[in-house]
Design a protein around this ligand. Structure first.
Ligand code: PMV
Length: 362
């Protein structure tokens, strides 16, 4: 089993003066949810997610060698313009990963980032953002150590992304990623995400239409939410259930059982929100429109037998999941009945994707 020290490089065989990379990394949506963490971004339970395709962050990293300094030297741009508000988050990330990327203080970096989804849409950009940054730094490390294997690159990118934002470690690869030690999953790790490679064709190109119910700032950050699982009265049972549900969903995804998928995924979403409602302090992130949408999905499924279901992340938005072959019917239903419950009738059509992509290498 790998330990964090396995990601500390011994020495580099090359030197590099300057250059730039551009990577995109997608968001992901958990099917079995991660909620609760230990120190150093170690999850309290294992999780599994669909990697998305269209909701992504594109990050350009330029670097030029400088005299080693005491502080990190970087400029931060969002959509080409300076964005001081993002600095503390990046500073914290660099501090956390410095031991694993010992070259960080040898360069001045310009980090220029943009998202394909609307700003403050309630879609967390931290997963895609941290994953995009991690793969860029790995590209630089690969220049310094060209012998690096592809597997090590991906594992370490996921490991670094996790230190930025837990679920970001599931955004490096596609189409389905498992993160967290799980007895029934070979090579699973709390330190990074691994690909689940037995996806049945029924789940190929699975659709995720994200209904933007509430685009406002989250009332409770996920960091605080995770903390509230410490000492939560139902925590141990929940963590046990997540292990069990992960075994179940792996079998569902392998067999292509879309009916059982619906039950497990909806139950996970509601369990996540039940944990929030039963913590102390308690809180509710769903909005009246979230419930309207859930009820309409249930009615539509009952009437049509089309296996469409919902999941939720830590917010009011609803992810509508369905097989690609019922796309037309479901999109019509969404337009006719669900968009009225979205803020400014906004929604985003997404589907399962393949993970981070290198766009440019100079
Ligand atoms: O990665 P974080 O700390 O933003 O937590 C993500 C938590 C959920 O989205 C609610 C669940 C998950 O597994 O992604």
């Amino acid at each position: 089993m790998l330990s964090p020290s396995d990601f500390i490089p011994k020495n580099y065989s090359k030197t590099v003066e300057n250059g730039s990379f551009q990577w995109s990394a997608p968001s992901n949506i958990a099917l079995v949810k991660y909620w609760g963490k230990k120190e150093h971004q170690i999850p309290a339970n294992p999780s599994i997610s669909f990697t998305l395709k269209n909701c992504k962050t594109i990050t350009n990293l330029s670097f030029s060698k400088i005299e080693k300094t005491d502080n990190f030297s970087f400029d931060l741009l969002f959509e080409g313009k300076p964005k001081e508000a993002f600095r503390p988050k990046i500073q914290k990330f660099l501090e956390r990963v410095e031991v694993y990327l010992p070259f960080l203080k040898d360069y001045h970096f310009t980090i220029d980032t943009q998202n394909t989804f609307p700003h403050s849409s309630g879609i967390a950009s931290s997963a895609s953002g941290m994953a995009a940054l991690a793969v860029n730094f790995m590209s630089l490390e690969k220049e310094l150590n060209p012998e690096m294997t592809k597997d090590y690159f991906n594992q370490k990118a996921s490991f670094l992304a996790r230190l930025g934002s837990g679920s970001a470690c599931r955004s490096i690869k596609g189409e389905v990623v498992i993160w967290g030690n799980h007895q029934q999953t070979e090579n699973s790790s709390d330190l990074f995400g691994i690909e689940f490679s037995e996806l049945h064709p029924n789940f190929k190109n699975y659709q995720d239409t994200i209904l933007l119910v509430d685009k406002g700032e989250k009332q409770v950050s996920s960091t605080l939410g995770h903390d509230l699982m410490n000492g939560h009265p139902y925590a141990e049972k929940r963590f046990e259930q997540a292990h069990h549900n992960l075994s179940e969903i792996k079998s569902i995804l392998t067999k292509g059982d879309v009916v059982e998928f619906v039950k497990l995924v909806e139950s996970e979403a509601l369990t996540l929100h039940s944990m929030m409602m039963t913590s102390m302090p308690y809180f509710i992130l769903m909005k009246p429109n979230t419930l309207e949408i859930i009820n309409k999905i249930w009615r539509f499924r009952q009437e049509t037998a089309i296996q469409v279901c919902f999941t939720l992340d830590a917010g009011a938005n609803v992810h509508v999941l369905y097989p690609a072959n019922v796309c037309e019917e479901v999109l019509q239903f969404i337009k006719n009945e669900l968009v009225v419950h979205c803020q400014n009738e906004q929604y985003i059509c997404d589907e399962i994707g393949k993970g981070a992509q290198l766009i440019m290498d100079n």
